[in-house]
Design a protein around this ligand. Structure first.
Ligand code: ATP
Length: 233
């Protein structure tokens, strides 16, 4: 398992975001974290990165506690709403991310590769404040790709993308799968998830409802029907 979460409890005031939540994510899998609004999906991703402290339980990534900075080496993260300082250029943002990832040698080449992949080459000198929602999301994806990552955490990655952007992102994700990377994807777009992911966990009100291989769990039903049934019951 690349990620092991054991008995996580997280509450905001009196609201439970995660309740005795345990989950293992196999290395090399493409894992979907599904659940209705407020189920606790974003909280879990943030807990993995220690962006939000949990109240109890423990998480390890590659066997290292998520509380240790070392656990974050090799993780690419696309937050639910990617933002950056308005006055930076696209290239400036990527340089910032590259440096944060410790890339010095080959930074320009890496930036060239990620802007090509995310199709934002022509936007490199544009200021962040001039980008459309979809362009901003593409920049977020480019930042996630910076560095040599084994684990990619994507929170609602299809948000703001047009149909071409969605297709491009799926191609990028398939490329990462071929390279053996682990993908953990929070999403409401079940039709896209079904095309990319092999495993899933469904959360509801902070609790794990079901987890396993998508084809084994859903059987002949569509993921949408399976999801609806699980959430309803
Ligand atoms: P969505 O699909 O709507 O993005 P989610 O599954 O990602 O939802 P979370 O954002 O993890 O859900 O939220 C889980 C619960 O924790 C919700 O009840 C939410 O209102 C609550 N919550 C999240 N962040 C905070 C916060 N900073 N302060 C108070 N409550 C919070």
């Amino acid at each position: 398992m690349i990620i092991e979460a054991k008995n996580i409890n997280k509450y905001y005031g009196s609201t439970y975001a995660l309740k005795d939540f345990s989950l293992g994510i196999p290395k090399g899998s493409s894992f979907a974290l599904l659940g209705p609004n407020g189920a606790g999906k974003t909280t879990f991703l943030k807990a993995l990165l220690d962006l939000t402290p949990v109240d109890s339980g423990e998480i390890t990534i590659n066997g290292i506690s998520s509380l240790s900075e070392k656990s974050r080496k090799g993780i690419g993260y696309l937050p639910e709403k990617f933002t950056f300082f308005d006055y930076y250029t696209v290239e400036g943002v990527l340089i910032f991310y590259g440096k944060m990832k410790g890339i010095n040698k080959g930074l320009a080449e890496q930036i060239e590769a990620v802007v090509l992949k995310t199709k934002i080459t022509e936007l490199q000198q544009r200021k962040v404040k001039t980008l459309s929602k979809g362009q901003m999301q593409r920049l977020g994806i480019a930042c996630m790709l910076m560095g040599d990552n084994d684990l990619l955490l994507l929170d609602e990655p299809f948000t703001g993308l047009d149909p071409i952007g969605i297709k491009d992102l799926k191609e990028i994700l398939r490329g990462l799968q071929v390279e053996g990377k682990t993908l953990l994807i929070n999403s409401h777009i079940l039709s896209e998830v079904e095309q990319i992911c092999d495993q899933m966990a469904i959360l509801n009100k902070g609790e794990l409802v079901v987890e396993g291989k998508i084809t084994e769990l859903a059987g002949d039903a569509s993921l949408e029907d399976f999801f609806y049934e699980k959430i309803k019951s």
